[in-house]
Design a protein around this ligand. Structure first.
Ligand code: BDR
Ligand code: CA
Length: 330
């Protein structure tokens, strides 16, 4: 007898689109292994107004309807906002042309929406933050009882090695280290997909060709996003192909076999003169500090890209069936 597929895992994506966040949203909405309950936004790659507009743009072109989009915190808990326009451009999603979004914004603050979903959903929900952890830290601080209703937090951020925003720190953690500290110390089951694993998700020319080869408007938008992302990665870091960070966290929820992890203690450096925002990962258990995270180490890149391309293919075909209009004119 064939084994019936497992029921989809209920998830909420907390994001700051962002080129790779855009693909993370599409993967979550287009893959049947997860049930995307909400998309919440936070300031990070760009201002909150821009990341929220971008989430609505992505939902519009991908035909994602019926998934609430809610705006959250517009600045980090302690420090001022420092956006990544050098990586994602002035809009936060430079490259493709987007039509006027037809998807609206929910009236609730993101933190209240997450709280309500956690309370109302019949089973614990997995949170997938792909941005600074401000909303999640606020949730855990304002509603500590919600910790028990979170199945797991699977986040993109940090690294077992070096940073990208500076030599020590990765962007999402450095953008709000106090929030990251609260999340890593929360006791909620946590998986960290850091740069060491996301740098294995390289959008090569062959990957780009798979998106254009889908022959849909959405496939072309993904190729345009990745082409822009490639240009900034080449210019800033000398990468021949850009790493697609955020969908790796979604892929880990979809099929844990795609992203191999080890257990370790992770703490966030809050005070270092040159290392604030670094994730200090005790891979070899030298400190005696207790395990508080699964730390992603290895990506099955072929299975990862198959899953992303298949999701974009499904969404693109559905969007064309329901008549989503691409942006018009030059
Ligand atoms: C992370 O930083 C952002 O610029 C990306 O969207 C990703 O979430 C990578 O360091
Ligand atoms: Ca992001």
């Amino acid at each position: 007898m064939p084994v019936p597929p497992a029921p989809p895992v209920p998830i909420i994506i907390d994001c700051d689109p962002g080129h790779d966040d855009a693909l993370a949203i599409m993967l979550a909405a287009g893959d049947p292994a997860v049930d995307l309950l909400a998309i919440t936004t936070v300031a990070g790659n760009q201002t909150l107004a821009k990341t929220t507009l971008n989430a609505r743009r992505v939902c519009t072109v991908a035909g994602i309807a019926g998934v609430p989009v809610a705006a959250g915190c517009d600045r980090p808990l302690v420090q001022p906002l420092d956006v990544a326009d050098d990586v994602h451009g002035a809009s936060g999603l430079d490259g493709p042309r987007f039509p006027e979004p037809t998807v609206g914004v929910a009236p609730e603050h993101a933190v209240d929406l997450i709280h309500r979903i956690l309370r109302e959903h019949p089973e614990p929900v997995t949170l997938v933050p792909t941005a600074p952890l401000t909303n999640i830290a606020l949730l855990l601080t304002r509603y500590p009882e919600d910790a028990a209703r979170i199945r797991e937090i699977v986040l993109m951020g940090g690294s077992t090695e070096r940073g990208n925003r500076n030599p020590a720190a990765e962007f999402n953690i450095l953008s709000d280290p106090e929030a990251a500290d609260i999340v890593f110390r929360s006791g909620v089951p946590l998986t960290m997909c850091g740069l060491n694993v996301t740098h294995q998700a390289l959008a090569t020319p062959e990957v780009l060709a798979r998106f254009t080869g889908l022959g849909t408007e959405l496939g072309q938008i993904c190729a345009d996003l990745l082409t822009y992302f490639a240009s900034t990665y080449r210019e800033l870091w000398g990468f021949p192909d850009p790493p697609l960070h955020d969908p790796v966290a979604v892929a880990r929820v979809i099929d844990p076999g795609i992203v191999r992890c080890v257990e370790a203690n992770v703490v966030v450096e809050l005070r270092g003169r040159y290392t604030r925002g670094a994730t200090v990962v005790d891979l070899h258990r030298r400190t005696g500090r207790p395990v508080n995270a699964r730390v992603a180490t290895t990506l099955d890149a072929d299975r990862f890209w198959d899953r992303v391309v298949t999701a974009v293919c499904a969404l693109g075909r559905r969007a064309e069936r329901i008549g989503v209009r691409p942006a018009e004119g030059p």
